[in-house]
Design a protein around this ligand. Structure first.
Ligand code: WT7
Length: 679
């Protein structure tokens, strides 16, 4: 294994460009990586044509790359890949494997691991999955859903959620998955943003041993006037056909509200359809899905991904970064409500004919051995999870890990936030017994797939570094003040020069915001919103968000959303939310709250405010500190200076920076005096 040097992009010097007519099955040496990387930058058309050849197209594209990355041009931001290609994502994830080799019909596609370990787990083959997807696609068609329609999916992490995604892809409907932890208000906001006409849900989900009433949250959402476009709700039964239905679930099912003519049981609908359903022939740039993510201001952004480029990108990144071998069992612990679930539970693995685990539960239930028990139970070879899970598990005695076997593991991966070297080493040495490489993959909802990541056994790893860019990805750091590009080694704001096939094309219904957020900060570049240090050897160290987005336990949370939730409480006049470093969750959420006159501060009120945030946004969003602050530091024009609040809670009170523009500088001293973080 060689240790690479990528100083000032010298990679392109003395490197032989790849001269074969197809891509290798695996990247095996650093020279091979360099050669292909150089090709991917110097001749993206040739590189991505070869990558697209890994898929089956009805019409293979004659045009590969056609992108404009500079908003100042007449054309403006416009991203098209494989634009005259015709393809179907579902066909590429299922049918084609079986058409190539009928035996694959018997290969396990999905392994379902339920929240409660003693509940029935089941395996579903490629053949069975295809049949179920076709039938469910026919249910959607029966309810009038056709190409281009938006379908909101609000499901627990069960096989039926994957079936719903694939069925949409099969008929060309655009899915919008909303994580099951989101509140009815948040679901309503997302349904109305894309004018959805149909919702797919489940009577309830089970997580950490608790019943989560999904259908009734949909009922509440649909009472809101902005959701009156929804005509149909299809409801799966969580324990359909299983013996071990929990008593409280039986009770809940009895009391479920039902709107005749709007609500339909999935299992009843499935009995009315056959399993013949030809995949829809989609243009490569037809939308595949919308996925909402938090922004630093305003409402959530509907990230729009399209068909051909997205699938080409997740197919290739999954293959190379996990060095996937046929027959291996792969598990990613993410929920399908997030991009990681889309790209690396469903589409990437299935497009590679992999066997992928669908895990309904959480890492700490019934105890902190859960992951390691699952690894043994299903003989998992590749395991991919979030640093926050690793940190919370390493806080317990190692015996929870060491009492399990884990010999099946070959490779470990992480995603979602920076992984600190201690957690990296524990994951490597204790979980992986020092045998398994770790791929620390940096990417985003917007990027579709891995951007900066190791390729296992090809270059040396450094604990805490996502290492080097994937094929086609050119990174550039900028100085946030001068806005000038920086030479490496240095630290700055991370941008990407030029397009890659997996990237989002727009924000649903709001291209202007897409351009403003991602392309205006550094003209000619995609702006990631993350800080990054690039060291002398070219290795990338992500330092975290540089905008008003918090990354807590691997979830993106916009501070503006939390602030607007807080001010919905009658007692609150103003709120400012900032993050502070947290050893387990990456960041903690600190809320400065100014109460209305004559409202008394109390712990009761604190609890109510926390509940308000959870009710308004979702149960996975939890303020850690509520600091009642009669005054907030403001500029003379009345703008809250979050920069100073961040310094107070970090705490880094000796480097507050310029406070001369403050309206009343004594406010800052008062906050420092009363903050629990500075005590
Ligand atoms: C943000 C994107 C992409 C799937 C999960 C989250 C942070 C993600 C890493 C990593 C350091 C990371 C960044 C990024 N992030 N992976 N390996 N090292 N930070 O997707 O919700 O769109 O969040 O997660 O801050 O911008 P997302």
């Amino acid at each position: 294994m060689s240790s690479p040097t990528l100083i000032d992009n010298s990679i392109t010097n003395n490197t032989i460009i790849w001269d074969k007519s197809s891509l290798p099955d695996k990247i095996q040496t650093f020279d091979e990586y360099k050669s292909l990387y150089t090709l991917s930058i110097e001749d993206p058309n040739r590189f991505w044509k070869m990558a697209a050849e890994r898929l089956n197209w009805y019409h293979f594209p004659t045009k590969i790359k056609n992108t404009e990355f500079d908003y100042r041009t007449e054309r403006g931001i416009d991203i098209k890949w494989f634009e005259d290609g015709i393809i179907n994502v579902c066909y590429n994830c299922l049918d084609r494997h079986i058409e190539k080799d009928p035996n694959i019909a018997n290969q396990i596609a999905l392994i379902f691991e339920p929240d409660i370990p003693t509940d029935t787990h089941h395996h579903i083959t490629y053949g069975e999955l295809l049949c179920k997807v076709k039938k469910f696609a026919n249910v959607l068609k029966k309810h009038g859903i056709k190409k281009g329609d938006r379908v909101t999916i609000y499901m627990p992490m069960v096989i039926e959620a994957c079936i719903a995604l694939l069925a949409c892809a099969r008929i060309g409907a655009i899915h919008s998955v909303v994580f099951g932890g989101f509140s009815s208000h948040s679901v309503a906001e997302r349904i109305s943003d894309c004018n959805g006409t149909i919702v797919i849900t489940s009577d309830f989900g089970v997580r950490g041993g608790k019943c989560i009433p999904l259908k009734s949250k949909i009922d509440q959402a649909l009472l809101m006037p902005e959701c009156n476009t929804v005509k149909t709700v299809i409801v799966f039964q969580r324990y359909y056909g299983m013996e071990n239905l929990k008593d409280d679930c039986v009770e809940r099912r009895k009391t479920l509200e039902w709107v005749n003519g709007r609500d339909f049981w999935a299992h009843e609908e499935l009995e009315t359809v056959n399993d013949i359903c030809e995949p829809e022939q989609m243009n490569a740039e037809d939308p595949l899905f919308i996925l909402y993510t938090s922004g630093s201001t305003g409402k959530p952004k509907g990230i729009l991904h399209t068909t051909g480029g997205y699938l080409t990108y997740v197919n290739l990144t999954f293959k190379y970064v996990f060095a996937y071998n046929p027959g291996e069992i792969y598990m990613c612990s993410a929920d399908v409500g997030w991009i990681t679930g889309h790209s690396y539970v469903v589409y990437g693995p299935l497009a590679n004919q992999a066997t992928t685990v669908v895990f309904e539960g959480i890492p700490t239930y019934p105890d902190v051995s859960r992951f390691w028990n699952i690894i043994d139970k299903h003989q998992i070879n590749i395991f991919y999870t979030a640093p926050t899970a690793i940190r919370s598990l390493m806080a317990h005695n190692d015996s929870y890990v060491t009492k399990t076997n884990r010999q099946s593991l070959r490779l470990l991966g992480t995603v979602g936030e920076p992984i600190n070297p201690e957690a990296w080493r524990w994951y490597c040495n204790v979980v992986g017994n020092g045998r398994c490489p770790i791929v620390d993959t940096w990417w985003q909802t917007e990027t579709g797939g891995f951007m900066i990541t190791p390729i296992p056994n090809v270059w040396e790893l450094e604990a805490g570094s996502a290492t080097l860019p994937f094929f086609g990805i050119q990174t550039q750091i900028f100085d946030e003040k001068t806005r000038k590009p920086l030479e490496i080694p240095d630290r700055g704001e991370l941008c990407i020069r030029d397009s890659w096939p997996g990237q989002a094309r727009s924000l649903y219904g709001n291209h202007k915001r897409f351009v403003d957020v991602y392309f205006k900060p550094y003209p000619g570049y995609y702006f990631s919103g993350d800080g990054c240090e690039i060291k002398k050897n070219g290795y990338h160290w992500i330092t975290g968000r540089v905008d008003d987005v918090l990354v807590i336990s691997g979830h993106n949370i916009g501070t503006a959303e939390v602030e607007s939730a807080l001010v919905q409480h009658v007692a609150v006049s103003e709120a400012a939310v900032v993050g502070y470093p947290d050893p387990i969750k990456n960041q903690g959420m600190y809320c400065f709250v100014t109460l209305k006159d004559n409202v008394l501060e109390s712990d009761e009120l604190r609890k109510e405010l926390i509940k308000t945030v959870r009710d308004v946004i979702g149960a996975h969003v939890h303020p850690d500190i509520i600091h009642f602050a009669p005054n907030l530091p403001k500029t003379r024009s009345g703008k809250i200076m979050r920069r100073i609040l961040r310094k107070i809670v970090e705490p880094d009170i000796h480097n507050l920076g310029d406070t001369s523009t403050l309206n009343d500088p004594t406010v800052v001293d008062e906050l420092i005096r009363t903050s629990p973080r500075t005590k």
